[in-house]
Ligand binder design. Structure first.
Ligand SMILES: NC(=O)C1=CN([C@@H]2O[C@H](COP(=O)(O)OP(=O)(O)OC[C@H]3O[C@@H](n4cnc5c(N)ncnc54)[C@H](OP(=O)(O)O)[C@@H]3O)[C@@H](O)[C@H]2O)C=CC1
Ligand SMILES: N[C@@H](CC=O)C(=O)O
Length: 415
């Protein structure tokens, strides 16, 4: 292939991410890439480009052999799966930003690449503009990682910043995250922790050679955060961040979890505000390194997609080095213990969870708050009950390790 030739891109999706990529390519005129055709869904939508740029039929793009590579940036993970797997079956090169698609189908997507000779990159799917997949895949390819943890969802981090720094109500902050294009089409994915879970599953494959199925990972979010929880955090001199974390315990078993956590002033993640993400990759020898950058938004995500486009154009593909080297797949460390705070209107939930070292923090007319120790098994098993009860649960530290002194809380009136 002529290395100076303009490479033609077939783009799926022209929302926040698709337009972000388009805009960057329009500004960076020296790059030998051109978006040739864009597939979207709604024929009645008013577009910023003329109609000849668009198609409403994914197959028209997939079957167009003049296109050199594809970028998939649509909002529907199931339809994205159809598009990406069809393109890989034709041996095409594909870049996707869709974390749910990758988290649910990674082993199959790897197999499709091997069988048909296509390539799939997805840097934008985890932590937006931060090159964290490339860092754990390449920089840490030989150094064992102790832990990877951090803030992987820009919308919920934006909401928490607005609540803590600007004292805005939750609903207003969520609306802003949606208006700015940070949130998923279904924002439950962001605020309930499901989007962070998808990203954690992908990270675990590259960091520990252990692709996690989303069903294996317990997830909790900020959707039930209330005034009493904010007061509890403030009383302890802490903020709250939505943390996704994965590490191996002393027996080599894996501990994945998504859960809000208290962060104090000395926590490296405390400085990560607004739509930024922060990921700490802790190498056995290199120690902890904080990667901080914009986790959502058209330009940061478009830039990550563009980096993949350029890399794929230059022949790069993931080596899945740790995955290929791993002899056995670590089991979940079900007996792993984690210190948490729980506030619930259903006192029976506290009994069901089987806390150890339980201490009562507050008994109010409408809810009880306790701190204590729960096992990973209890969190996995009872996560639906916790959600259904509308309870708010958070870890007492962002790495689940450092013990925190928790002050007794006076009853505070809900505002
Ligand atoms: N927003 C962000 O900051 C980030 C988003 N992502 C991921 O990137 C992807 C896109 O997100 P985002 O740009 O925010 O989403 P938007 O909702 O802004 O845009 C989605 C686009 O997908 C198109 N679309 C939906 N279904 C289909 C379909 N079946 N066929 C063709 N086109 C379709 C829509 O078409 P139409 O215009 O006709 O409605 C729209 O153009 C998602 O997977 C998201 O999780 C990843 C990182 C960051
Ligand atoms: N909705 C996501 C977008 C990027 O992945 C987020 O808020 O982080």
């Amino acid at each position: 292939m002529d290395s100076n030739r303009l490479l033609k891109i077939g783009l799926f999706g022209f929302g926040c991410v698709g337009q972000g990529l388009y805009d960057i390519l329009a500004r960076e005129k020296n790059l030998p890439y051109q978006i040739e055709k864009i597939c979207v869904k709604d024929p009645n939508k008013v577009r910023p480009l003329s109609s000849e740029h668009f198609s409403f039929n994914p197959e028209e793009l997939i079957n167009n052999d003049e296109l050199d590579l594809f970028v998939e940036a649509i909002s529907d993970a199931d339809e994205a799966y159809d598009i990406v797997s069809a393109a890989l079956r034709k041996g095409k090169r594909v870049v996707t930003a869709n974390k749910k698609l990758v988290a649910y189908h990674l082993p199959e997507l790897i197999a499709l690449q091997q069988e048909f000779g296509g390539v799939l990159l997805y840097e934008a799917a985890v932590a937006g503009g931060i090159p964290i997949i490339r860092a754990v895949e390449e920089f840490f390819s030989n150094e064992p990682l102790v832990r990877v943890h951090g803030i992987l969802n820009g919308s919920s981090n934006y909401i928490l910043s607005q609540i803590f720094l600007q004292k805005k109500p939750y609903a207003e902050a969520l609306k802003e995250a949606q208006d700015k294009g940070f949130a998923e089409l279904d924002p439950w994915l962001d605020v309930a922790g499901a989007d962070s879970r998808h990203k954690l599953c992908i990270l675990a494959a590259h960091a520990f050679g252990r692709p996690l199925a989303p069903q294996e990972v317990a997830f909790f979010g900020i959707d039930y955060l209330g005034a009493r929880d904010l007061e509890f955090a403030r009383l302890n001199g802490c903020g709250i961040k939505l943390i996704a974390s994965v590490h191996l315990n002393e027996s080599g078993q894996i501990v994945p979890l998504v859960i809000p956590a208290l962060v104090n002033e000395t926590d490296d993640l405390k400085v990560v505000e607004q739509e930024f993400n922060g990921v700490i990759a802790e190498g056995t020898y290199s120690g902890p390194q904080l990667f901080k950058g914009k986790g959502a938004g058209g330009h940061p995500t478009g830039a990550a997609v563009l980096s993949d486009v350029i890399s794929i154009g230059q022949g790069y593909q993931y080596g899945y080095k740790k995955l290929k080297r791993s002899q056995t797949q670590p089991a979940l460390a079900l007996d792993y213990k984690i210190e948490v705070y729980l506030r619930t209107a259903d006192p029976k939930l506290i009994d069901v969870l089987e806390f150890s070292n339980q201490r009562n923090i507050e008994a109010a007319a409408d809810s009880d708050s306790v701190v204590g120790v729960l096992t990973l098994e209890s969190l996995i098993k009872h996560q639906d009950k916790i959600r259904e009860a509308g309870a708010f649960i958070m870890a007492l530290s962002s790495d689940f390790v450092k013990k925190k002194a928790v002050k007794q809380q006076e009853a505070v009136a809900l505002t």
